[in-house]
Write a protein that binds this ligand. Structure first.
Ligand code: NZQ
Ligand code: ZN
Length: 389
């Protein structure tokens, strides 16, 4: 087990009705001009917009708005937001929404502090040294963007969806009110849970990290998602279910479970290509890819990790032969994703054929390989895409 740095300074207000009084006072710490960023309007439908505006007004702040952030947020929106920040001399950015809104806000906050195009952060290696202070109010449990310092932005004109992270973009404060997720659709709830699970798998499936404590925490997080997603699907206003999913989403990716793992986030690299070419929901792409990736990586050198997963998470009989446990574990996961959550099982079902597999394979590896649980070359990625048809 190698050493690592743990640094998660985001302040979290968790629970119902935490905005009142706290949002205004937290925002005021950073100035008076706030840019409120949100998506396609769900925050208005759920009454959150009015509450937020009210708090901002009560705090005596000047409010500016940028709406229309797309799922799989576009660089054009980031550019627009960064310009707005400069023009209005914004002091603090407030993201209200899901991962797309929070991600876009991160690069808006960073883009406001530089003179170049924000896309240069992604393709020209321009450093992110500074960003306006960012706060978030989360409305969808999935990405963990509320408590991590990364984000993913798409440029559909070049079929690129690229991730970048920097400590400066970490939200200073995040409000996590599970009741704000009551209106999330069945489909987005299912996709969100597939995403949370994938964030855990990306760290858990590592043959080098050896820390019982972290593995046990990860298994607990997985069991939480597996237990509570069906309950949230059945009763979208079940507070316990929504609360458990929300806190699991943050802890799946806020750096805590990472420890010293040095995995390549293979499924995410492969999924970002699907979203970049076909604009699909991130969690759906992950759900389709993950069991196939697991099948592809299973061999005598990796089987012990699958055994641990199958026995500890799905309660599979530990006395069975290791390969049998591993295969049962993949079957259990597939059953959860495709039958219990009701997500599409194949790329064909979502009308993705093999036309771009070669190009996506190359791009997923950034001209090299994905050095993960099992190192994947472009041809391996193509094979995994083919298994998803
Ligand atoms: O746009 P609005 O109207 O808000 O509607 C959204 C959107 O249509 C809707 N929604 C959100 N909260 C709702 C709601 N509908 C009803 N009630 C609510 N309370 O849900 C739809 C999807 O929202 P989006 O923000 O796109 O979803 P998600 O949170 O899953 O974010 C996905 C994006 O995050 C990236 C993904 O790649 C994708 O671009 N990721 C970010 C990560 C990070 N920052 O660390 C890591 C992840 O692995 C991921 O890559
Ligand atoms: Zn993800």
């Amino acid at each position: 087990m190698n050493g690592f740095v743990y640094d998660i300074p985001t302040k979290v207000y968790f629970g119902a009705n935490q905005l009142e009084g706290n949002l205004g006072s937290e925002l005021r710490k950073y100035g008076v001009r706030v840019l409120l960023v949100y998506g396609g309007g769900s925050i208005k439908k759920i009454g959150l917009y009015d509450k937020v505006v009210d708090e901002i007004k009560k705090a005596g702040m000047e409010l500016y708005e940028l709406s229309g952030i797309e799922p799989n947020p576009r660089i054009e929106s980031v550019r627009k937001g960064a310009e707005l920040c400069k023009e209005k001399e914004i002091d603090v950015v407030l993201a209200v929404g899901g991962g797309s809104t929070i991600d876009a806000s991160k690069f808006i906050a960073a883009g406001a502090c530089v003179d170049h195009d924000p896309w240069d952060f992604f393709v020209k290696g321009a450093p992110i040294n500074d960003a306006l202070p960012l706060m978030s109010i989360l409305t969808l449990s999935a990405t963990g963007s509320e408590m991590d310092n990364g984000g993913v932005i798409s440029n559909m004109s070049t079929n690129e969806k690229l991730a970048m992270s920097a400590p400066a973009m970490l939200p200073k404060v995040s409000f996590l009110d599970p009741t704000n997720t009551y209106t999330v659709s069945r489909y987005q709830t299912a996709c969100g849970s597939a995403d949370i699970l994938s964030h855990i798998f990306e760290e858990y499936f590592d043959m080098n990290q050896d820390m019982y404590m972290l593995d046990t925490v990860m298994e607990g997080l997985m069991k939480t998602v597996i237990k509570y997603t069906p309950i949230a699907l059945e009763n979208p206003e079940d507070y316990e279910a929504r609360a458990n999913l929300m806190w699991a989403s943050s802890w799946a990716i806020n750096g805590f479970i990472k420890g010293s793992s040095s995995v390549g986030w293979s499924c995410h690299m492969m999924e970002h290509e699907l979203s970049a070419f076909y604009d699909i929901t991130h969690g759906l792409g992950l759900a389709i890819l993950t069991p196939r990736w697991m099948e592809y990586c299973l061999d005598e050198t990796t089987v012990s990790k699958y055994v641990q997963f199958g026995v500890n998470v799905f309660g599979i009989d530990a006395s069975l032969p290791p390969m049998e446990i591993a295969k049962k574990a993949i079957d259990e996961l597939s059953h959860f994703l495709f039958d219990t959550l009701g997500l599409s099982r194949t790329l064909t079902e979502i009308k993705i054929d093999d036309e771009h597999f070669e190009e996506m394979g190359r791009k997923a590896c950034f001209g090299d390989k994905i050095y993960g649980f099992k190192t994947l070359a472009p041809q391996d990625v193509v094979e995994i895409y083919k298994m998803c048809r």
